[in-house]
Design a protein around this ligand. Structure first.
Ligand SMILES: *Cc1c(COP(=O)(O)O)cnc(C)c1O
Length: 392
């Protein structure tokens, strides 16, 4: 097995920052207490969680008690959507949910699950640029709409959605608004007041903290039926012994990301544009998927006409370069990406696409090496395909 030397899949996951690991380590060993225990070791763990909650609240501009720690982005999305839906069912208050056709599966499959129980849903399509129109959301609103869920930035094509405008719209109609901000965290502002959100999901492993920990911001007064039953952790909202090291790591990583945000974004933007320009200039019949400007500073998603994306990825891997074909959760399936289909690509075009997502530690040299390998690979695969076509 060869080694990954150039990691370009930061939308799938990120390595833990050594500073984050260092902050976590004591909570695995000396300070291992259960935060629900009343003796000193337990109280120390409780204090660590309280501090982490306060540190995160400063970045989200919310009250610490509005943060519920979870096991990650998937759980937060499930909790937001099912929690709101079941509370409204229990109280006989409406039945309709609006989301978009290109959400992460944690949102899409949660809404589809609710449809099995008689909830109704509208899946608004984004434009060909990968951006949802506020008017299209408004046109989908019904008197019985209880929730709108629109992602902050798309995980496959990196396009940034008009969250604040959609939030204002939702509130004008008295509808709750959730955003999956998992991909936005670290690069975009997370001020919940400015975003006009009631619910916001984050996942630590997308911003240099470990996997298996995340949070749901829940605006004070938001009605939802809590989904995880058991002990009284998280003020009776999410039962289960807290992931103390994970929570400490997440707070540390979020603080680092926002303290270093300007430098990180400038670095990512320069690398991203070098990669996009290099691909479009050097490789014919390549197209960038998703709007060029309204996109995350670390996302490149491109289609190479007539070439299979999975084959490109295998070739990149042989050169020690890690990238992906859209969402990690669908790798291995031959279904074309629902995101690329939603923005109007044909199944053929969708299958010829790859996603390269950059991180704070990538270098210009790595981008240049990737460009060389990519150009060589696509040229070779196309030559091979046309030789095979001639032979038939
Ligand atoms: C990664 C991701 C998730 C899932 O988060 P996990 O912590 O891996 O469960 C949800 N939404 C988006 C947009 C993501 O990129």
């Amino acid at each position: 097995m060869n080694r990954t030397e150039i990691y370009l899949d930061h939308a799938a996951t990120t390595p833990v920052d050594p500073r984050v690991l260092e902050a976590m380590l004591p909570y695995f060993t000396e300070q291992f207490g259960n935060p629900s225990s009343i003796y000193a070791a337990g109280r120390q763990a409780r204090a660590a969680i309280d501090q982490a909650r306060a540190r995160i609240a400063r970045i989200l501009h919310c009250q610490p008690r509005e943060i519920v720690f979870t096991s990650g982005g998937t759980e937060s999305d499930n909790l937001a959507i099912k929690g709101v839906a079941w509370w409204h069912r229990l109280n006989g208050r409406g039945n309709h949910i609006i989301t978009t056709a290109f959400e992460h599966h944690a949102v899409l499959h949660s809404v589809q699950y609710l449809e099995k129980f008689g909830f109704e849903a509208t899946y608004v399509r984004p434009g060909p640029d990968g951006i949802v129109r506020v008017e299209d959301i408004e046109a989908a609103i019904r008197p019985d709409t209880i929730l709108i869920s629109v992602m902050y930035a798309n995980n496959e094509i990196g396009t940034i959605q008009p969250i604040a405008e959609i939030g204002k719209l939702a509130h004008r109609y008295g509808i709750l608004f959730h955003t999956d901000a998992v991909q936005a965290a670290g690069t975009l502002p997370l001020d919940v007041e400015r975003l006009h959100v009631d619910l916001l999901s984050l996942s630590a492993h997308k911003f240099y903290a470990p996997k298996g920990v995340g949070l749901l911001y829940v605006r004070q007064g938001t009605k939802l039926l809590w989904q995880q039953n058991g002990g009284s952790q998280e003020s009776n909202r999410r039962a289960g012994t807290e992931n103390v090291p994970g929570i400490v790591g997440m707070a540390t990583a979020l603080e680092l990301a926002y303290a270093e945000r300007e430098e990180r974004n400038a670095h990512l933007l320069a690398l991203r544009d070098r990669l996009i320009d290099g691909i479009l200039q050097r490789i014919p019949d390549a197209r960038l998927n998703g709007d060029r400007e309204q996109r995350l500073p670390n996302n490149v998603n491109v289609s190479f006409e007539g070439v299979d994306g999975e084959t490109i990825l295998l070739n990149l891997d042989m050169h020690g370069i890690a990238a992906s074909s859209g969402s990690a959760c669908t790798t291995g399936s031959t279904e074309p990406s629902h995101v690329l289909l939603a923005i109007g690509l044909t199944p053929e075009q969708a299958r010829s696409s790859i996603r390269l997502t950059l991180g704070k530690d990538n270098t210009e040299q790595e981008i240049d090496r990737t460009l060389n390998v990519l150009e060589e690979t696509v040229t070779r695969l196309r030559r091979l395909a046309s030789a095979q076509a001639r032979a038939r």
